[in-house]
Each structure stands twice: as structure tokens, then as C-alpha cells.
Write a protein that binds this ligand. Structure first.
Ligand SMILES: [Zn+2]
Length: 255
């Protein structure tokens, strides 16, 4: 059984990242999307990709926490990074009005600019959305993505099936993290049953959100097997089938 962790962040030391990648390989996690979002996260993702290029695909971008920096500088840097490194996606990008509602206007404009960049580069996007459902759909619908090459995933999905429907209708895949295993996550489980086989991805979002039974530990790609087993039970599939369909979906987006 081979697993694809469609969303992982890495630490800064080469030694730590080498160990993380070795444990992933031992656990059957043969492909990983290393995701950036800030200068530090982008550099860490680049390092992980350089250490194990057959396994690791790369997503570079500026997340919602970068809006304190001048947007023109951020976009110039993301463009430069995409010109330097072979990237599989732009990400992570998106909106979070839970922690920083005061920057919502800047978040929307940075998000829209990177959607346009992804469309120009013909790369998929990795989108974070939290307490920003209407704004997320609003930004997606303002840019001319209909009929364009823009596609991607809503990662670490925590919304209802109704919001998932809106994202599926806009052509996106939906990815589930260890949150789906948490006791109170009934809405997330309903959504994880609702998303069709050909739009489903799994991820760790490591180092955060370790799945049950490892909740509270520092998460890492090797742990995605627990989320795979849980989702397979939920969808009444053999875990091998869940692994192979999510692997194929992730390959179709990120290679
Ligand atoms: Zn993330």
C-alpha cells in the first residue's frame, strides 16, 4: 500500500527533515507535497524536496499571515521562487478570518493575486479557508477561472457538506487531515463521507493536528496512515482502495 500525504510542512534542520522523510518511506508514504506559505516554510519545503526529489513535490506561496508585508514584494518573491524551483503547485494560499479578521481585505487581495499567478503558471493551488466561506467563494468567482487552467485543493477541510458542494462545483478537490478523527468533528466526518472518490485527498498538515491515536504528538507524514484507515472505515472501503484512489487523485493534481 502506497500513500500520498498531500500537505506537509517541514522543519528547518536538514537532519530533522531527513529523519521525517525516512520514517515516511518506512510507513509506505511514498509521495508528499511539501508546502510553503512563508519565507521559512518555503525554504524548508525546498530543502525537503532537494533531499528526496523522487518522493517530494513542492508547493510555494504566501499564506494569509504574510499580509503584514508589502504585497508587491511578496508577489515578486513568489514569482522568483517559482522561476528558480520546479514547483507542483502554488500554496498554501487563502483566507483565515478566525485569527486575523482585521486583515481580511489584504488577505483577499493576496489570495486573488496568487490565484492569477497559478493560472498564468498553469499550476494547481493549495487553498486554506477558515471562517471565510463566503469570501473564499467570492474571490474564486471574481477571477476569470471558469474555463481557465486553474484547479486545486481545499486543504485540511473542516466545513460542512454544503460548503464542500460549492467547492466541488467550482472544480476543486477536498483534502482531509487528522481532524476527521477527532471526537467532536461530526461536520467534518459528514463532509468526508460526502466528497466523491475522484475528488478526495488525504494529508497530515504536519507538524500540526496529529490524528487519533497519536493526537497531541508532533505530526509527520508517516502518520497519514491513521487518517487513511479512519476514512476507509467511514466510507466503508478497504484501506488499500482508499490509499490508491487518494494517491491517484493527488498525482493527477501535483504529479
Ligand atoms: Zn498547511
Amino acid at each position: 500500500m502506497e500513500l500520498y500525504d498531500s500537505h506537509a510542512h517541514f522543519g528547518t534542520t536538514e537532519e530533522e527533515t531527513s529523519g521525517t522523510l525516512a520514517r515516511a518511506r518506512d510507513a509506505g508514504v511514498t509521495r508528499i507535497l511539501a508546502v510553503g506559505g512563508s519565507a521559512e516554510l518555503n525554504a524548508a519545503a525546498v530543502q525537503a524536496q532537494a533531499l528526496l526529489p523522487d518522493t517530494v513535490r513542492l508547493a510555494l506561496g504566501a499564506d494569509r499571515d504574510q499580509t503584514t508585508l508589502p504585497q508587491a514584494d511578496l508577489l515578486a518573491d513568489i514569482r522568483r521562487q517559482h522561476a528558480t524551483h520546479a514547483c507542483a503547485a502554488v500554496g498554501e494560499i487563502g483566507l483565515d478570518f478566525h485569527y486575523t479578521p482585521e486583515t481580511s481585505a489584504n488577505q483577499c487581495s493576496l489570495f486573488a493575486a496568487q490565484l492569477a499567478l497559478a493560472d498564468e503558471l498553469k499550476l494547481p493551488v493549495v487553498i486554506h479557508t477558515r471562517e471565510a466561506e463566503d469570501a473564499t467563494c467570492g474571490v474564486l468567482d471574481e477571477i476569470p477561472w471558469h474555463g481557465s487552467s486553474l484547479r486545486g485543493v481545499i486543504h485540511c477541510y473542516t466545513g460542512t457538506p454544503a460548503f464542500a458542494r460549492k467547492l466541488l462545483d467550482r472544480g476543486f478537490m477536498v483534502s482531509f487531515s487528522g481532524i476527521v478523527t477527532f471526537r467532536r468533528a461530526e461536520d467534518v466526518r459528514a463532509s468526508a463521507k460526502y466528497v466523491p472518490d475522484d475528488r478526495l485527498l488525504i494529508e497530515t498538515d504536519s507538524p500540526f493536528l496529529a490524528p487519533v491515536p497519536l493526537r497531541g504528538k508532533t505530526n509527520e507524514p508517516a502518520f497519514v496512515v491513521h487518517t487513511a484507515r479512519f476514512l476507509a472505515d467511514l466510507r466503508q472501503l478497504p484501506v488499500e482502495s482508499l490509499a490508491s484512489l487518494t494517491f491517484a487523485n493527488a498525482v493527477s493534481l501535483f504529479g
